[in-house]
Design a protein around this ligand. Sequence first.
Ligand SMILES: Nc1ncnc2c1ncn2[C@@H]1O[C@H](COP(=O)(O)OP(=O)(O)OP(=O)(O)O)[C@@H](O)[C@H]1O
Ligand SMILES: [Mg+2]
Length: 325
Amino acid sequence: MRNETKIIPIAGGKGGIGKSLIAANLSIALAQLGHSTIVIDLDLGGSNLHLMLGLQNENRGIGDYVHNPKLPFESLCVQTEWPHLKFIPGDGTTPFLANISYAGKQNIIKEIQNLSAEYIILDLGAGTSFNTLDFFQIVNRGILVTSGDRISLINMLSFLKNFLLRTIDRTLPRNSKARIQIQDIYSQSSNRAKVTINSVLNTIRSSDAEAANHISRLCKNIQPRIVYNMIHGLQELRLVNIINKSAKNILSINPSHMGVVFVDQAVPDSIRNSVSLLRYDEKSIAAQCIFCLAGDITQSWDEDLSEADQVYIKKTTDLFNKFTE
Ligand SMILES: Nc1ncnc2c1ncn2[C@@H]1O[C@H](COP(=O)(O)OP(=O)(O)OP(=O)(O)O)[C@@H](O)[C@H]1O
Ligand SMILES: [Mg+2]
């Protein structure tokens, strides 16, 4: 992968919580800041990112590439109205691509890693399909979007759980004792977990210390950044601690809080008018939150943010107060 390129996948367990909105407008904001950016619709079978960018679905996309891997991948890039932003459609002119082969997926990942841009933003599908988990796994740090509602939060924790287990599954030998022990975690609900990664690791450690250390290292390396979308008010920010605690206690994963996008009528209005949110009303609170997120990404994406929650909460509070005073 080119050193200077940052790939940022955007996922979240639940559908309809704003992944595409944030992928599109974050990409526009990064491009407006002068960074060359490519945004890719990887919600195969449910592509609609073009709508958030104010574009028609009339260009070739990943679907066409899957059917014809001889197509130069870079030729799929569509120039947008923002000089630094290109877009690669998903289903494009060849739809119904939810199922692609493992080899096909690896091929797409390789092509993405060879693209030339400062930022490559990936809009992923809802849920925890292997496609979504594997695209999220391209890098250690991705963005998880959730709203403040209970189902969305539980789905996000389920996403993290499935992501972690898939990562472990793919690195431990088949039929290894450790792999069988870890399967227990699959069957429990995410918010009422009785088996934690730590408790399984303690069991594994007594018979296979190397596997246990390996899994600990994997957990440490997974550093998702959470963006809370459609937030109604500051009281919902208490969620940050609750979610981070659950992820840490149950999954031994340390997510960090990376910002908030408040609920805003400008979002549905912009979609109804077939333009991006940032084009529709860049002064709206949702647009300002996304500009803030873009600025934070350019400044601190590579840093360890595990202690930065309070800094981000203060920024969000200041922004919210500016709009409501
Ligand atoms: N901050 C917000 N304020 C108001 N409405 C919002 C906000 N964010 C998203 N929405 C609404 O939620 C809907 C779903 O958004 P979006 O398509 O980005 O979600 P998604 O997570 O990508 O969905 P899918 O899982 O189907 O891909 C949009 O139609 C939009 O109107
Ligand atoms: Mg979407």
